[in-house]
Design a binder for this molecule. Structure first.
Ligand SMILES: *[C@@H]1O[C@H](CO)[C@@H](O)[C@H](O)[C@H]1NC(C)=O
Ligand SMILES: *[C@@H]1O[C@H](CO)[C@@H](O)[C@H](O)[C@H]1NC(C)=O
Ligand SMILES: *[C@@H]1O[C@H](CO)[C@@H](O)[C@H](O)[C@H]1NC(C)=O
Ligand SMILES: *[C@@H]1O[C@H](CO)[C@@H](O)[C@H](O)[C@H]1NC(C)=O
Ligand SMILES: *[C@@H]1O[C@H](CO)[C@@H](O)[C@H](O)[C@H]1NC(C)=O
Ligand SMILES: *[C@@H]1O[C@H](CO)[C@@H](O)[C@H](O)[C@H]1NC(C)=O
Ligand SMILES: *[C@@H]1O[C@H](CO)[C@@H](O)[C@H](O)[C@H]1NC(C)=O
Ligand SMILES: *[C@@H]1O[C@H](CO)[C@@H](O)[C@H](O)[C@H]1NC(C)=O
Length: 640
């Protein structure tokens, strides 16, 4: 009772006090963020809790350890490294010094050796700060003198620019932009195993192409000679979710990928890869190593028992002959490897290509002192590649129409009954699998298209559905390959959807839905045979392939266009090269929704807007992702 009056009096004072406290505190943290790290600060590898963080802790600079090697790294919330100070590993007593002279130095603890430095001594650097975009900047009173965005390692973050004088590196691999605007992946600064150009109309001299990744997952190229950004790639989850970081990374396996990672999760998911077939990455299996696929992942092996792995613990290091060729000049012979090729990319291409028959391709190499391997394409071109001793990178797959030879000291000791390739049988069964896959997908897609066609037939002359032309909607619906709509079309379509045709074709929609839901339920129950056309059960089915095909078809009929896989991906999934995630349940329609096709369009419209806002698409037309010839080029690099 007595306490009441004083408390009542106190509370406004307390309120005011808290009010000012927060204002002051806020200001304090803002100015602290601006001048976060004063010269003379040091981080120690021995204390992993010590970090230099961005204002809202999205990124931090600290020591991380990978297999007991230590690196000073900028990491994203959850611990994903996006930049490292140099590539050499330091030890557990290493330290990172921001020196009073403005230099940033990483020293190896026990020896005190210099591991890496920013070389910014004497350039007026007076402070350092890590911002919320992940850029660690050394600056003088006014401008940035040095930043991690300007000296990237293997990762490109949103709002970071990659100009044509910069390179992402990972081991022997590098990624850069040519002045022409082409994007290239190189091995050992020479072999170009991936070269993606914009379409020919834009192949003009770019002045200073800049590659950037938008936070929603669109990788695009900017240049003053381009009227709008040229889109290079889409992250498969583009514009989905919130608080997700997407980044471009050159991985140590030589592939360039877009990943996404939810804040704090510490995990990253692959959303796009430049080289769709990992075995086409030059040198992936090292010198004389042969890359092939076991079920779904690339594996490295040696051509035969005449070879030893260089490092038995790491098959990617390559192979060496048990007996060098110099030591057996008389008994050298050619080991034959079926369905295999030795990768041949520019610039070595022109000097090594000949038009000769298969046996000549073998013999020419055998008698030539500078040739150690050859590949003859048995695709009718008569092309023969002769490989010199520098470095050869092999690829074996039942799908390759080629035969390769490697020079070895006899006698030849083949690999023990390789899990792979029993020639014709295997090819035959693959062929049958494909027929079954195509029939299943064809049936499901056919059903969808038939209904679409029915709808088109019913209402092309119907009342004023003047929105999107039916072919567009149908095409979009059936293929999952989005099309372009003009702004007017979209406007009309959305109005139309709002205003009318609500009860149109609900019954037909329901039948499609019923079928897919029924099929999904059967599939969940494991009753795969129940879904498959009865006529097919007469064939001897490869169940694994059938299951794959069914899963793929569930992905293909996803309502949300962005959920449907691209054609290249579909092929990979059917081939078993890519793992297939569990497809989402075919969704039930919300109440009172419109018929299938128009429903789809309205979904597309809503998914366009976030994209349009950031992609600076012109006011006239908005484009959705599709598999352009640009992107397609990525997977065709093996052909010759
Ligand atoms: C780092 O933090 C964790 C938990 O916050 C603590 O258990 C650990 O002792 C700390 N390590 C050091 C070296 O301070
Ligand atoms: C740092 O020292 C460790 C041994 O303490 C050594 O293994 C490592 O190679 C050194 N790193 C550099 C870059 O000198
Ligand atoms: C900061 O560096 C820039 C570029 O080197 C220079 O032009 C500017 O005068 C410097 N400012 C100060 C305050 O030193
Ligand atoms: C990236 O480039 C764009 C366009 O030239 C520019 O507006 C932006 O400031 C640059 N960003 C950085 C971090 O340099
Ligand atoms: C990479 O290229 C350099 C010459 O540029 C060469 O000396 C080196 O042996 C090459 N590395 C491999 C693994 O072939
Ligand atoms: C750019 O890439 C295309 C293939 O996409 C290729 O045909 C062209 O030769 C490349 N240009 C350069 C300069 O590398
Ligand atoms: C080529 O690229 C330009 C700009 O990115 C685009 O407007 C044009 O439609 C493209 N042409 C083809 C044939 O894809
Ligand atoms: C395929 O290779 C990977 C990596 O070597 C291995 O982990 C996996 O078990 C292999 N899968 C099969 C089916 O052999």
């Amino acid at each position: 009772m007595k306490m009441k009056p004083p408390l009542a009096l106190l509370s406004p004072i307390l309120f005011l006090y808290l009010f000012f406290f927060f204002i002051i505190y806020d200001n304090g943290s803002i100015s602290a963020a601006a001048a976060a790290i004063p010269p003379g600060s040091t981080l120690y590898a021995s204390n992993p809790n010590q970090t230099w963080s961005s204002p809202n802790n999205t990124f931090s600079l600290h020591f991380i350890s990978i297999n007991s090697a230590y690196f000073a790294a900028v990491t994203y919330s959850g611990g994903i490294p996006v930049w490292t100070a140099g590539t050499a590993a330091a030890d557990s007593s290493a330290s990172l010094h921001f020196l009073p002279d403005g230099n940033l130095r990483l020293l190896n603890g026990s020896s005190g050796n210099l591991v890496w430095q920013s070389n910014t001594a004497g350039r007026g650097v007076s402070s350092a700060a890590l911002d919320d975009s992940g850029n660690f900047v050394l600056k003088n009173a006014t401008v940035s003198i040095w930043s991690t965005f300007d000296y990237p390692t293997d990762t490109l973050l949103p709002s970071q620019n990659l100009t044509n004088d910069k390179v992402l590196r990972s081991g022997l691999y590098s990624f850069s932009i040519l002045r022409s605007g082409n994007l290239t992946l190189k091995w050992n600064n020479s072999i170009v195993y991936w070269n993606l150009g914009l379409n020919s109309s834009t192949v003009m001299n770019m002045t200073s192409p800049i590659l950037g990744l938008q936070s929603i997952g669109i990788l695009s190229l900017l240049d003053s000679n381009l009227s709008s950004p040229a889109i290079v790639a889409y992250s498969s989850d583009y514009a989905e979710g919130s608080d997700i970081l997407r980044f471009l990374k050159l991985d140590s396996d030589g592939n360039l990928r877009i990943y996404s990672s939810a804040r704090g999760s510490g995990t990253q998911t692959e959303r796009w890869a430049a080289v769709s077939d990992q075995c086409q990455v030059f040198g992936y299996c090292g010198d004389l190593g042969i890359c092939s696929f076991n079920d779904s992942s690339p594996v490295c092996g040696c051509p035969s028992q005449n070879f030893d792995p260089i490092d038995p613990k790491d098959s990617r290091k390559g192979c060496k002959r048990k007996v060098e060729i110099e030591n057996c000049p008389r008994s050298a012979t050619m080991l034959e490897i079926d369905h295999a090729m030795f990768l041949t990319y520019p610039p070595e291409l022109s000097s090594e290509v000949f038009f000769v028959g298969i046996s000549a391709c073998r013999l020419n190499c055998l008698v030539s002192g500078s040739c150690i391997a050859s590949t003859s394409l048995s695709d009718g071109t008569g092309l023969c590649y002769l490989k010199n001793p520098n470095f050869v990178s092999g690829y074996q797959s039942a799908a390759l129409p080629s035969i390769s030879y490697v020079k070895v000291c006899g006698p030849i000791i083949p690999n023990p009954s390789v899990s792979s390739l029993n020639g014709k049988n295997r090819v035959g069964s693959r062929w049958k699998d494909w027929v079954i896959a195509v029939v299943i997908i064809g049936t499901i897609l056919g059903l969808v298209m038939f209904e679409g066609g029915l709808w088109w037939w019913c209402c092309r002359n119907g009342t004023n559905f003047g929105g999107l032309s039916a072919q567009y909607a149908l095409l979009e619906y059936a293929s999952g390959a989005p099309v372009q709509f003009s702004y007017k079309e979209l406007q009309r379509a959305t109005k139309e959807i709002v205003s009318g045709r609500r009860n149109f074709e609900v019954s037909e929609e329901t039948s499609r839905e019923k079928f897919s839901i029924w099929a999904y339920q059967e599939f969940e129950k494991g009753n795969v045979k129940g879904i498959v056309d009865k006529r097919l059960t007469d064939y001897e089915m490869h169940m694994e392939q059938v299951v794959r095909a069914i899963q793929v078809s569930f992905w293909c009929i996803q309502e949300q266009p962005s959920h449907r896989p691209m054609m290249g991906k579909v092929v990979q999934m059917l081939e078993g090269v890519t793992e297939i995630e569990k497809p989402p349940v075919p969704k039930a329609m919300p109440e009172g929704s419109v018929g299938g096709t128009s429903m789809n369009v309205s979904r597309s419209v809503s998914s366009i807007f976030p994209f349009a806002a950031t992609a600076s698409a012109s006011a006239q037309s908005l484009s959705l992702p599709r598999q352009t010839s640009n992107v397609e080029g990525a997977s065709s690099s093996l052909s010759n």
